[in-house]
Design a protein around this ligand. Structure first.
Ligand code: BT5
Length: 258
């Protein structure tokens, strides 16, 4: 069934968060559209959904394959918070999505810091945060979310990919997926605004697939470290040769120990 964005908008009206809906069958990247809208003053709660993306992007300039059947969307936040808190927002989004997908589909979805979603050791989706600031404050922040739902999977990825449909051995109603995911993102973000990051920091371990030993790639440097937890700003706290170090999501790639 085709995605009915008007119905979706009506169903999510009660959340008191979503303000504008934009849907297009094919776009370069929902992030491009959301950025242009943000720069023209679009309000918090603007949602941009695409049937497919021709130039979807991941972190560090990587390509994100987004054929029809998947969930490719961007959500605009205007938080006027300190720039340092962007890391909290990306972690809270990944945890909120993992929790919502666990509840809705009964699958053991896990979070790989900072903002990947994994299932059975394979990549289910990822989140890319883009933002603009004024001084040290966030002006707008866009969560770009890509989740493999019913789409064909990319073959040449760094880690194998998985979709909800493959995991469940049935196709998934995209509208249900969007309803559940967007509701979870809005609720988790609003809770963060009210209560801060601590509740998310507390439950992160329960969802994290990084348990102890990890391999960190930081620019040219590659090293092994032990995960010690999350900082108050959503950085990954690791111990490396007896020293504690905090890693920033935009700068490193973390993988399980090989
Ligand atoms: C991410 O990057 O995981 C963030 C992906 C965010 C995509 C969303 S879709 C809506 C919005 N609009 C955009 O243009 N982007 C956002 P990263 O951790 O850098 O992972 C990228 C790597 O994942 C690639 O280098 C591939 O190896 C792999 N990959 C690409 N497409 C994939 C897919 N559909 N499923 C699983 N892995 C994929």
């Amino acid at each position: 069934m085709a995605l009915n964005v008007v119905r979706l908008g009506n169903e999510l009206q009660g959340e008191g968060f979503f303000t504008q809906w934009f849907y297009q069958e094919s776009v370069s990247s929902t992030l491009d559209i959301a950025r242009a809208m943000a720069e023209r003053g679009a309000p918090e709660g603007t949602v941009v959904i695409a049937g497919r993306q021709t130039a979807g992007r991941g972190r560090l300039g990587r390509f994100w394959e987004s054929p029809p059947g998947g969930a490719w969307f961007s959500l605009l936040l205007r938080s006027s918070r300190d720039l340092g808190q962007a890391g909290c927002i990306s972690v809270l989004s990944a945890v909120a999505l993992a929790q919502a997908l666990r509840e809705q589909y009964g699958l053991p979805v896990r979070v790989k810091w900072p903002n990947d979603l994994f299932l059975y050791g394979q990549k289910l989706g990822g989140i890319l945060v883009e933002l603009s600031s004024v001084g040290s404050r966030i002006d707008w922040l866009i969560l770009g979310v890509g989740i493999n739902v019913n789409n064909p999977l990319p073959k040449k990825t760094r880690v194998p990919a998985i979709s909800l449909a493959v995991a469940l051995t049935r196709s998934v109603e995209l509208e249900d997926f969007y309803r559940v995911s967007l509701k979870a993102l809005a609720r988790s973000y609003l809770r963060f605004v009210r209560e801060g990051f601590e509740p998310i920091r507390q439950c992160w371990r329960e969802f994290s697939m990084l348990e102890d030993g990890v391999c960190v790639q930081k620019g040219e440097e590659r090293f092994m470290a032990h995960v010690r937890g999350l900082s108050e700003l959503g950085k990954l706290v690791v111990e490396r040769e007896g020293r504690i170090e905090e890693l920033v999501g935009e700068e490193v790639t973390v993988s399980l120990e090989e």
